[in-house]
Write a new protein. Structure first.
Length: 308
């Protein structure tokens, strides 16, 4: 079934690419018709004709090899300057010969009543508009696609309205739906609910998630209180301790009460400190520099002579 879905997706993608090619050629066809250039063919694809129909002087249809498309304007190659009634004389070289043969073949389709309707007889600005019509159609198509996606599906962006609340703190790679024996997240402990809109952090109003994220980072492992808008009412949530991983030691820890250290099973060897009665975690990295100072102090004391 998976291969069938991939196959259908490839077919749909290919059809959309061919549709964009057809629209590209329409970008050439429409201004050519507006400026009254004789247009003999509008085809999607190359090779043998699969289906076609005449509308006026123009033949519209599909060809067997769907790898492109074209619009044929009569008079794309101007005649020789010294003899306006003939195509330019042939030149040496493979590519020059091919171009001259194409001019000669096209000149056979020019009729006397086509005077003034040949492509090369049009004004410069008209020819520029006709040639630029295809790329302009591509740009317009890209704009419409992007507009349609953003108007219907939308784009992902951070916002202050809560979509989901993670219940517990989990290590990287662990399932997020298994919270047995795991500590609760500060957000869950504060009582925040899906649908709440955050309006303030520690009394400071916030207008977007980037501002909220900066305030959370700056708060480190301090007490935080979040204010939300819930069902049209402003609600002050339960104060919690934000989670802090690593970083420099901070002063003023004693005013937040005693802590009981428990191992949270983190792979990096960090420890978790639980504030009694609040159920909120603070992650503290082991202080390797302090351990090194203790080790040097012990070595120094062992080197000193004992007093008598």
């Amino acid at each position: 079934m998976e291969y069938v879905i991939y196959g259908l997706g490839a077919v749909v993608f290919f059809v959309l690419v061919m549709a964009s090619i057809a629209l590209h050629e329409i970008g050439h066809l429409v201004p050519g018709k507006i400026f009254d250039v004789r247009t003999t063919q509008y085809f999607v694809g190359f090779g043998r004709t699969v289906w076609s129909r005449f509308r006026g002087e123009t033949e519209y249809g599909f060809k067997a090899i769907p790898l492109g498309g074209y619009v044929r304007f009569v008079g794309m190659y101007p005649p020789a300057k010294d003899n306006p009634g003939q195509v330019r004389s042939a030149r040496t070289g493979i590519f020059q010969s091919l171009a001259d043969n194409a001019r000669a073949a096209e000149w056979e389709t020019v009729r006397t009543e086509d005077g003034g309707r040949l492509f090369y007889q049009k004004k410069v600005w008209q020819k520029l508009i006709i040639m630029a019509g295809g790329p302009t159609m591509n740009l317009l198509l890209a704009f419409v696609i992007i507009l349609g996606v953003t108007a219907t599906y939308g784009v992902n962006r951070t916002q202050l309205t809560v979509n989901r609340v993670q219940e517990c703190i989990v290590a990287v790679g662990e399932p997020t739906d298994d919270c047995a024996g795991k500590p609760k997240t500060p957000a869950y402990a504060s009582g925040i609910q899906p649908g709440d809109t955050i309006v303030a952090f520690n009394g400071q109003p916030v207008s977007d998630w980037d501002e909220m994220s900066l305030l959370i980072r700056a708060n480190l492992d301090q007490i935080a209180q979040i204010t939300v808008l819930r069902n049209g009412q402003t609600v002050q949530l339960t104060p919690v301790i934000t989670v802090f991983t690593g970083g420099p030691a901070r002063a003023g820890r004693a005013d937040r009460g005693p802590r009981r250290h428990v191992d949270d099973g983190a792979a990096d060897g960090s420890r978790a400190a639980r504030v009694p009665g609040e159920g909120v975690l603070h992650r503290r990295q082991p202080d390797h520099r302090q351990a090194a100072r203790h080790l040097r102090s012990d070595e120094h004391r062992r080197g000193q002579p004992r007093g008598r």
